[in-house]
Write a new protein. Sequence first.
Length: 125
Amino acid sequence: MSEPPTTPERSEPLDPEDAKLVTLARASRARSGAAEGAAVRDDTGRTYTAATVTLPSLALSALQTAVAMAASSGAATLAAAAVVREDDGHPLRDPDVAAVRDLGGPWTPIFLASPAGTVLSTTQT
């Protein structure tokens, strides 16, 4: 069994529910073969997962898609989010952070993780 993901800022493992988000985001990315996978958790504990959408008439990041799925399912707010992608050294895109803030409000944590599940950074909306 592998160790729970940790963040570079701290050495203790993520909360089990946050680690689950990273695991679900990894699975979405792997299953679809997309550039990104994402997962969000609403205030009731329900999770929503998604991968990057790239169609001729529609392009959404994995996180935007997961937030849209939560919103369309009636989620009132978000507790946390996770994105898994290759480590390109870039922070999360502003539209991704804004989507989480729109539904989750200020201070919703977003964990950015590598495909191996290592948490690279945590952003507060």
